[in-house]
Write a protein that binds this ligand. Structure first.
Ligand SMILES: Nc1nc2c(c(=O)[nH]1)N[C@H]1C(S)=C(S)[C@@H](COP(=O)(O)OP(=O)(O)OC[C@H]3O[C@@H](n4cnc5c(=O)[nH]c(N)nc54)[C@H](O)[C@@H]3O)O[C@H]1N2
Ligand SMILES: Nc1nc2c(c(=O)[nH]1)N[C@H]1C(S)=C(S)[C@@H](COP(=O)(O)OP(=O)(O)OC[C@H]3O[C@@H](n4cnc5c(=O)[nH]c(N)nc54)[C@H](O)[C@@H]3O)O[C@H]1N2
Ligand code: SF4
Ligand SMILES: [Mo]
Length: 669
């Protein structure tokens, strides 16, 4: 028996980007663990990735190329074909499209790896002049909010939350989706820090905080202005920090003064005392001794006003000067720190040769497939499951069902999206390929070594795009680069590749308190407060009263703990923990509808109808229902998931989807 261990990196779309230790016995992975030596991972993984061998060796892993033989509107039927046949036919179909802008790539963060992500794919699309994709589905509202305020997606070191004396966990269910941050928050708690959770849902994280403030979805910007109101009224401001490092304070100050606690309370669905108490906790502290830190996550920016809400919350540490301490400030994303270390030419934008192909927003793929002019003729999907995860799925499904659309899906499994493909190509998993990673939660770069050979006939994304490029007659030498070559090109020379290979990770040199003396990444180095505002524009009684009479419940659809977006839904041991698609509802709302716990219900609106099991639960506040997780439609009830009812309206900044700004009614199904 031969046993060895291999160093890896978790590829999933999660801020933690854990360092993996993979144990291989007789050329089969038997264990995936967190590396004890990697500071942020500290030897622990989430339940999902601890079960990685189950996902990798799943009986339903795609192992051969498949070609569709049924109509798009019929039950999917495929036949196995050879790679040679699949590549030749796909290349011919793509080459036959006269206007390359009618070829649409669609990809996101199924893997966050720089190599199996866009490195080779981007080269192919650039060389062809294919349509570009605006990758907005997750983080672009908050990203644009941070960029407008601080110049980039930057924040505190996650590990320094351990030294904070107040932690506000704002729109983040950290125990579910940012477990290794929670370790630091818990450490702070043991050392006497106060933890406050701001979330419409009483999450498992809220359970473990000292206080939970259950705001209505989409109202965080009003709460931030209300906090500023109290900071101003009580003189809890650091005038030096504001004067030296903030532009636009007078304008912001005037806006904040229009938001006394009573007005905030009414909009946010909380009490004025909750607003005052939160402001006192945040502002009335000797900040030299007691740094306050805010952990935002992307949950709170999935509403139409999400970009501005991030701007307003992100500015709070400027008002108190919390940035002066390594354990003060805020963190939404740390991804901007690694931007200077990434090679901007990895995807070879020069191959566009001056062309600017049309850009399609991935968040409105439903409308784009049905309405784009000229029409999308071919769609190549990799690292994403849009039929499950994109908003307003009735339109997404109708788009994918177009018989005149040629769809290729690179996948591990027969997802809802793969079901609607013309060709399904089997891709390798992280245990079978090389990759390099940056993180959006911490600031290390990591390398993932392949642990075992590709299963079946699976190929790496890079190899599939190399072969397609060759079959389409593209001869630029960049299409011959191996994955090792791509890894060597991924970073600027400031990354020590030898160390990265040897150790598996490398920290980036970033100051402990990076904004102690301003130094934001805006053109003049100052934080930008002008223009940030709260505008109620989300589906609600306040702004869409007619809609709210028909659909009186706000529905949010945050992650389920044992899934990662739609990944892992097909892993039985994890699905068993989640049991079935759930809608959580407060007892008062259930009683008003004569609905009992355990009933089969439908959440519906003008867009669609989502069938789930009702859980009457204290986790739901009155007026808000929680439709957890992104189930695969075909593994859900009646072939539906929560995106049946979400909409394609975009956020104020960043053109992102507003998944959590969604009115529904719920009835027995
Ligand atoms: N287990 C698991 N981990 C994950 C994911 C997953 O699906 N499962 N998803 C990954 C991805 S893709 C991302 S982007 C990250 C971050 O993903 P996020 O979506 O930020 O994940 P959470 O922190 O779990 O959820 C956000 C929290 O915001 C709350 N929320 C919803 N609307 C509002 C609002 O209007 N205001 C406020 N204050 N709160 C609101 C929700 O109730 C939820 O508790 O997590 C990653 N990690
Ligand atoms: N209602 C609602 N909808 C949501 C959300 C929500 O909170 N509520 N969350 C949104 C968010 S934050 C995000 S980020 C998006 C995420 O949406 P997606 O990026 O589509 O993420 P996943 O659902 O995890 O699907 C990723 C797919 O990529 C595949 N994959 C993984 N690695 C590889 C690889 O190496 N090669 C190939 N070819 N395939 C691979 C996986 O098998 C999986 O099927 O969903 C969004 N949708
Ligand atoms: S999903 Fe997140 S917590 Fe789980 S192993 Fe990957 S990076 Fe770590
Ligand atoms: Mo995401």
């Amino acid at each position: 028996m031969t046993t060895r261990t291999v160093h890896g990196a978790c590829p999933h779309d999660c801020p933690d980007t854990c360092a993996l230790q993979v144990t291989v016995e007789n050329e089969r992975v038997i264990k995936v663990q967190g590396r004890a030596e990697h500071p942020n991972t500290h030897g622990a993984l989430c339940t999902k990735v601890s079960r990685y061998p189950e996902r990798t060796y799943h009986a339903e892993r795609l192992l051969h190329p498949l070609k569709r033989i049924s109509k798009k509107t019929e039950a999917p039927q495929f036949v196995q074909v050879s790679w040679a046949e699949a590549i030749a036919d796909i290349a011919a179909r793509l080459k036959a499209i006269a206007d390359p802008q009618c070829i649409q790539p669609y990809s996101y963060a199924g893997t966050m790896g720089l190599i199996q992500g866009e490195a080779m794919a981007g080269r192919l699309w650039n060389a062809l002049g294919a349509a570009r994709l605006d990758r907005t589905i997750c983080a672009s509202a908050g990203g644009a909010g941070l960029a407008a305020t601080y110049g980039h997606k930057l924040g505190m070191h996650t590990r320094h939350f351990a030294g904070a004396k107040l932690i506000i966990i704002w729109g983040s269910n950290s125990i579910t989706s940012n477990l290794h941050f929670w370790t630091y928050a818990n450490q702070a708690k043991r050392e006497g820090a106060k933890l406050i959770c701001i979330d419409p849902r009483k999450t498992e994280t809220a359970d473990k905080c000292h206080q939970h403030i259950a705001v209505l979805p989409g109202t965080d910007g009003a709460l931030a202005l209300g906090l500023m109101h109290e900071l101003i009224q009580n003189g809890w401001l650091n005038q030096d920090y504001i004067a030296n490092y903030v532009d636009g304070w007078d304008e912001l100050r005037a806006k904040a003064l229009a938001w006394p606690p009573e007005r905030v309370a009414e909009v946010c669905g909380i009490t004025a005392d909750e607003v005052r108490g939160l402001a006192r906790d945040y502002g009335d502290r000797d900040v030299m001794e007691a740094p306050a830190a805010i952990r935002l996550n992307y949950g709170m920016q999935r509403v139409r006003g999400g970009g501005n809400a991030v701007r307003l919350i992100a500015l709070l540490p400027c008002l108190t000067g919390a940035w002066r301490h390594e354990s003060g400030g805020m963190l939404l994303s740390a991804s901007g720190w690694n931007a200077p270390y990434k090679n901007p030419n990895l995807e070879r934008p020069d191959l566009l040769a001056g062309r600017t192909p049309r850009m399609v927003n991935m968040s409105t793929i439903g409308d784009a497939l049905l309405q784009a002019d000229p029409p999308i003729q071919a769609l190549v999907v990799y690292n994403s499951n849009p039929v499950a995860v994109a908003p307003e799925s009735p339109k997404v499904v109708a788009g994918f069902q177009r018989e005149d659309l040629f769809t290729v899906v690179l996948e591990h499994f027969m997802t809802d999206t793969a079901d609607l493909a013309d060709y399904v190509l089997p891709a390798t998993t992280q245990l079978e390929h090389l990759d390099v990673h940056t993180s959006y939660g911490h600031t290390d770069v990591l390398m993932n070594q392949p642990a075992v050979a590709p299963l079946g006939e699976a190929k790496t994304n890079t190899q599939i795009f190399r072969e397609l490029a060759a079959a389409m007659g593209l001869i630029d030498p960049c299409f011959s680069d191996s994955d090792d070559d791509l890894a060597a090109q991924a970073f600027t020379s400031n990354i020590d590749m030898a160390l990265l290979r040897e150790q598996g990770w490398q920290p980036l040199p970033i100051a402990e308190a990076p904004f102690a003396e301003g130094g934001f990444r805006t053109p003049n180095g100052r934080a930008q407060a002008a223009g940030a505002d709260y505008v109620p524009n989300y589906e609600s009684a306040l702004t869409t009263p007619e809609l709210a009479t028909r659909y009186p419940l706000a529905m949010i659809s945050p992650p389920a703990r044992n899934f990662l977006n739609s990944s892992f839904v097909n892993v039985k041991s994890l699905r068993d923990i989640e049991s079935e698609p759930i809608i959580e509802m407060h007892a008062d709302d259930a009683a008003a509808r004569q609905l009992a716990d355990g009933a089969r219900v439908a959440a519906f609106n003008d867009r669609g109808r989502y069938v789930a099991t009702l859980r009457v639960s204290k986790r739901a506040r009155p007026g808000v229902v929680n439709g957890l997780g992104v189930w695969w439609r075909k593994l859900g009830l009646d072939g539906t998931n929560v995106n049946e009812v979400t909409h394609q309206h975009l956020t104020d900044l960043g053109n992102a989807p507003a998944f959590y700004d969604c009115l529904v009614e719920v009835e027995a199904a």
